[in-house]
Write a protein that binds this ligand. Structure first.
Ligand SMILES: [Zn+2]
Length: 47
């Protein structure tokens, strides 16, 4: 399980609605909405 950085939900990478690579790490999202929010401003959500 990995954490959706936008909403904080735990997401199974195999079932994630989307993923985005950022800063050498891959982030997984519960929904396409969380992915697009992240993609608009990844620096705000990536830790
Ligand atoms: Zn989410």
């Amino acid at each position: 399980m990995d954490k959706d950085p936008v909403c904080g939900m735990m997401v199974d990478p195999k079932r994630a609605a989307g993923s985005s690579p950022y800063g050498g790490k891959t982030y997984y999202f519960c929904s396409a909405g969380c992915k697009s929010t992240f993609d608009r401003n990844p620096a705000k959500f990536a830790k």
